[in-house]
Write a protein that binds this ligand. Structure first.
Ligand SMILES: Nc1ncnc2c1ncn2[C@@H]1O[C@H](COP(=O)(O)OP(=O)(O)OP(=O)(O)O)[C@@H](O)[C@H]1O
Ligand SMILES: [Mg+2]
Length: 258
């Protein structure tokens, strides 16, 4: 395996009874790449993410992350190895503050739980102080440090998406998987998120993301993987994918991509 390959998926399949949600999908992600997964509704994109992130066990195939086989590992073990994700449906704790939401994501990095009973012990409070500093650093990365002590549910939807991203960043990952990060965002909010993702990538982060918003996909993806009925039907640069006849047919009807 090449040294800078971060994630290698080989012949991955997942069936639910008779539904073959993913069938023999292979691809890789290099460190610091932004790779998009696209495809029509029901193509298997979320299932692919659930299998890669340890929520579902594959029916067959291999997943190697940082040179380690990760099939059978649980999401928290993957987080410890440096892989984390956000979900298709927003998952923010509305009754908690922004900073508390981010601190939830820190638990894989802490020796003692931040909400442990021994809260007053000097060692723990030092660790808690460090946790706060780390959480602030994550908020800075996504540009919402000023909202740290706001309750999450009073924020606009786009800001809540950034809270979710900051929480994902809190586990100090090398790879973040995002399932439809732009869904429900207005144009200003998506522009902001694109800016944040590109900034995080320039600081060394790698992203694999599912997205329906083709403008975003075309503007930030280095490479695009296209799924249809659980199979990979194409892979290439945005330019290659935009002109790929199978993609135009399967994903966009007969319309042009751009
Ligand atoms: N837990 C499950 N049990 C049974 N079938 C499932 C399950 N999860 C997904 N499927 C089926 O697998 C197929 C792929 O679904 P998946 O959610 O992965 O698609 P998707 O590409 O993410 O779609 P969307 O664009 O709508 O989010 C669909 O036919 C779906 O009904
Ligand atoms: Mg999905």
């Amino acid at each position: 395996m090449k040294e800078n390959v971060l994630l290698q998926v080989h012949q991955l399949s997942k069936s639910f009874g008779g539904v073959h949600a993913i069938q023999g999908v292979s691809f890789h992600v290099h460190a610091r790449e932004i790779v998009a997964v696209i495809g029509p509704n029901g193509a298997g994109k979320t299932t692919l993410f659930n299998v890669i992130t340890g929520i579902l066990r594959p029916t067959s195939g291999s997943i190697v992350f940082k040179g380690v086989s990760v099939v059978g590992k649980k999401p928290f073990q993957l987080a410890q190895l440096g892989m984390t994700r956000t979900f298709q449906n927003l998952q923010v704790f509305g009754n908690m503050t922004v900073i508390e939401n981010v601190m939830v994501g820190l638990h894989t990095r802490l020796k003692t739980g931040i909400f442990s009973a021994g809260f007053r012990l000097p060692r723990v409070s030092k660790e808690e102080k460090q946790a706060l500093e780390q959480a602030f650093a994550c908020l800075r990365q996504v540009g919402i440090e000023h909202l740290a002590f706001e309750k999450a549910d009073i924020l606009p939807y786009g800001m809540q998406r950034l809270v979710e991203l900051a929480r994902a960043a809190a586990s100090n990952p090398s790879l973040i998987l995002l399932d439809e990060p732009m869904a429900g965002l207005n144009p200003q909010e998506s522009n902001k998120l694109v800016e944040v993702l590109l900034e995080m990538r320039s600081n060394g982060m790698t992203f694999l993301f599912v997205e329906h918003d083709m403008e975003t996909v075309m503007s930030i993806a280095d490479r695009i993987i296209v799924l249809d009925y659980g199979k990979k039907i194409a892979e290439g640069s945005p330019e290659e994918i935009a002109q790929h006849p199978d993609v135009i047919k399967a994903y966009l009807g007969e319309e042009e991509v751009i």
